[in-house]
Design a protein around this ligand. Structure first.
Ligand code: IFM
Length: 453
């Protein structure tokens, strides 16, 4: 055990947990849900580890009441989840699936009854396959499809849900889905990537307008991944690769949405896709900035890649989690300060957490000391950022449950609650108890077990 000073957060600081629809719901072919691009990707060869799929995932569609009970036990104030577009509009537009909407009614009612505030994200990557067949985000019409879907969900749930996010991690799903084949739909093409960036920005702006018009007292935000991009080694090629990757990953969405223009390298390339009036449509006032952050990323030049950049390696001396992600709490602090000043909005950390290979010990408990050390260190850095003037209002752990971790399948466990996928049994890990104490008291105590390894 090591001792660190206790730290305190303001009494109205919000502590929550996050999940997403495709990663936990399962029930992929039940009650009228249509297929999503991730259902399709899971059927493709070698795209998802072990051939895993989201067909059952955490079976949350059937077990949501128990999962709400777990959150209540944890004493969290907020739950961020996403709506599966193909569950409510099986073909993405047109016919509405009442059973899908009814599921979200039950979920929201249960969350509210537990005294937890629902934070609804409209898009966490599960685009209806039928819309991808029409071009997906490369089609300019996608902004209109998204606005109509937003209106449907807002009309149904807006009497009870006040916290709305348009998208989760714009930079990730557009880059991995349209420039690097790491996510659905798996296209690797510069034009497709630029179209996706611009149309998703339009979709965001149009959705904000719909939410303002539809939901009384809506508090609207968007969830951005922002992570410092560092050249793998200091060469001119790697610096150029890092600069472009930084724009596509970190800036190409919050800059136009909140400052009204694309960053310089992107602006030039995207210009052929931008029409008169687009930038004003994109740049709508919102109420908060959602930040998802895990660690810095490293860039290297690779002429074989779509844009000439590739994911590089971290320096060997940098600590990493069990699944190899860099641990760098100072980068988290600095990112919080930067986004708070650059965009001038209250910041909610909508995701932060630690992936591992957790397994129950002989006594059946899951003692994830490394995750506790990670969370402790990152939350301390968040406090430092606040002391430096960052306007941070809340923190959501990724994730409530171990879940379907996209291309890694069920191998990477991010939950503070362990899920035995064979039986669907939930076991709160030691980190869940640790986070409960933080959420209930707004205080991180001084006693932390050393980071293992
Ligand atoms: O699981 C993902 C989540 O869907 C988006 N943010 C990062 C998490 C961990 O990879």
């Amino acid at each position: 055990m090591s001792e660190r000073p206790a730290i305190e957060f303001p009494s109205d600081f919000l502590w929550g947990v996050s999940t997403s629809s495709y990663q936990i719901e399962g029930a992929a072919r039940e009650d009228g849900r249509g297929p999503s691009i991730w259902d399709t990707r899971c059927l493709m060869k070698d795209r998802v580890a072990n051939g895993d799929t989201g067909d059952v995932a955490c079976d949350h569609y059937h077990r949501y009441a128990g999962d709400i009970g777990l959150m209540k036990e944890l004493g969290v104030g907020a739950y961020r989840f996403s709506v599966a577009w193909p569950r409510v509009l099986p073909a993405g537009k047109g016919a509405v699936n009442e059973a899908g909407l009814a599921f979200y009614d039950r979920l929201v009612d249960g969350v509210l009854e537990a005294g937890i505030e629902p934070w609804l994200c409209l898009y966490h990557w599960d685009l209806p396959q039928a819309l991808d067949d029409l071009g997906g985000w490369t089609a300019r019409d996608s902004a209109g499809w998204f606005a109509d879907y937003t209106a449907l969900v807002a009309r149904r749930l807006g009497d009870r849900v006040k916290r709305w996010a348009t998208f989760n991690e714009f930079g990730v799903f557009t880059m991995f889905g349209y420039a690097i084949d790491w996510a659905a739909p798996g296209i690797t093409d510069r034009t497709a990537h630029l179209q996706a960036i611009h149309h998703v920005n339009l979709a965001h702006g149009d959705a904000v307008a719909v939410l303002r018009a539809t939901v009384k007292d809506a508090s609207i935000g968007a969830v951005h991944n922002v992570q410092p991009v560092v050249p793998e080694s200091d060469t001119a090629e790697n610096r150029r690769a890092a600069a472009l990757l930084d724009e596509h990953w970190n800036l190409a969405f919050p800059d136009p949405q909140l400052r009204g223009h694309y960053p310089p390298l992107t602006a030039e390339a995207i210009a052929p896709h931008v029409r008169a009036g687009d930038m004003a449509r994109i740049c709508q006032p919102i109420d908060w900035f959602g930040l998802n952050h895990y660690g810095p990323i490293f860039a290297r030049a690779d002429p074989k890649m779509t844009w000439g950049y590739a994911w590089g390696s971290a320096p060997p001396e940098m600590p990493s989690t069990d699944i190899g992600w860099s641990i760098h709490p100072d980068a988290f602090r600095d990112t919080l300060v930067t986004v708070s000043h650059r965009y001038g909005l209250p910041v909610f950390v909508t995701e932060n957490g630690c992936g591992g290979n957790d397994a129950p010990g002989p006594d059946g408990t899951v003692d994830d000391t490394g995750r506790i050390a990670f969370l402790d260190t990152y939350i301390r850095s968040m406090r430092e950022a606040m002391d430096l003037g960052a306007d941070v209002r809340g923190y959501f752990v990724w994730s409530l449950l171990d879940n379907f971790e996209w291309g890694s399948g069920y191998g990477n466990r991010f939950g503070i609650v362990y899920v035995d996928f064979a039986t669907q049994r939930r076991i709160p890990k030691t980190s869940a108890r640790w986070f409960e104490a933080v959420a209930r008291t707004g205080r991180v105590s001084g006693e932390v077990r050393r980071l293992s390894g």
